[in-house]
Design a protein around this ligand. Structure first.
Ligand code: GLY
Length: 321
């Protein structure tokens, strides 16, 4: 089956693998065969595989609140899932995000609704599922339109940190409208500002030592490291969200997980939001602190390519005007 595919593919197992989420993005048939062999070795008789076309393009996180019949779109976001600068390294829970998405426009929102959200609502109803609440569709902006990669019945993290602070609608009223099936009677009011969130994660404490824990998300990581710089007064244009922090008996904040903090800058432009986040990070530290330095750094345009056999030619996704 792999050998006759007219396009590059992604091989996924039904389950998580110790080194990632169980999917291998393949450059070649040989890569795909190697992935199948490796999964077969790991899962034996319980092996279940999905093989799908590999999509290339800019990722977008799409959020909608559903009342069972109607959907209210929330602002879009761009999540930086790769561990290292330049979108290199393994996929992880996310190293930061920006909202709105750099490609955001009224036209794109219409397209996202028509291509992803409306069919999802229709599909849920067609299957007799009475779903209310948030859905988070992870999609790729391809030359043939947005294509869904994943659908989650929850919000995204760290997208929540850049989307929800900009919402000024009364959230309780929205929840009541969901329960009453009256979402169309309400409008989502947002402040229209840009936000940039950078995750501060627990890296290796001593990169020179072969014995040191390698750090998140590469493998084992240290915890219990003292965090300094959290005691600044809150400001309108920058927030610090604790993801994995606890206070010890003396009240000192200490690291307690891989993603430790999310630092969010807010501004009238993406550049201002980004500068404010990184400026605040300069005053925070803990041993082994690691973060990506290029969250929100604007790519001029993302070039996307498709296997020609898939019937789509190379194209460019324009950035937000
Ligand atoms: N930010 C990715 C997720 O929440 O799954």
């Amino acid at each position: 089956y792999l050998r006759q595919l007219p396009y590059q593919c992604v091989v996924k197992t039904d389950g998580l693998t110790p080194d990632g989420d169980g999917s291998v993005v393949c450059d070649s048939t040989a890569d795909a065969e190697a992935a199948v062999d490796r999964f077969a070795e790991e899962f034996g008789d319980t092996l279940a595989l999905i093989v799908e076309e590999r999509l290339t393009g800019q990722e977008i996180s799409v959020f909608a609140l559903l009342d069972g019949e109607h959907a209210m779109l929330f602002p879009t976001a761009l999540d930086y899932k790769r561990t290292l600068e330049g979108d290199a390294g393994k996929n992880c829970d996310g190293m930061g995000s920006v909202a709105p998405h750099p490609n955001d426009s009224p036209e794109l929102r219409d397209e996202l609704r028509a291509a992803l959200i409306d069919p999802l609502v229709r599909g849920l109803r067609a299957e007799g599922l009475d779903f209310t609440g948030f859905v988070y569709v992870g999609a790729i902006l391809t030359p043939r339109g947005p294509v869904a990669i994943e659908i989650n019945a929850r919000f995204g993290d760290s997208e929540a940190e850049v989307v929800l602070p900009g919402v000024s609608s009364d959230f309780t009223l929205l929840c009541e409208a969901v329960l009453a099936g009256e979402l169309p009677d309400h409008e989502l009011v947002t402040d229209g500002l840009d936000r940039c969130s950078v995750a501060l994660v627990q890296g290796c404490l001593d990169p020179a030592s072969p014995e040191a824990a390698v750090g998140w998300p590469f493998g084992p990581f240290a915890v219990d490291q003292p965090v300094t710089g959290l005691d600044r007064p809150a400001a309108d244009d920058v927030s610090v969200f604790c993801a994995n922090v606890r206070r010890d008996a003396t009240g000192t904040p200490r690291t307690a997980g891989g993603r430790v903090l999310h630092v969010v800058g807010t501004g009238a432009t993406p550049a201002l939001a980004r500068d404010r986040a990184y400026d605040r990070i300069g005053s925070i530290s803990f041993p082994g602190m690691r973060y990506r330095t290029d969250i929100g750094a604007a790519p001029a345009a993302t070039t996307v390519t498709y296997a020609e056999a898939a019937g789509v030619t190379a194209g460019t996704v324009p950035t937000r005007k």
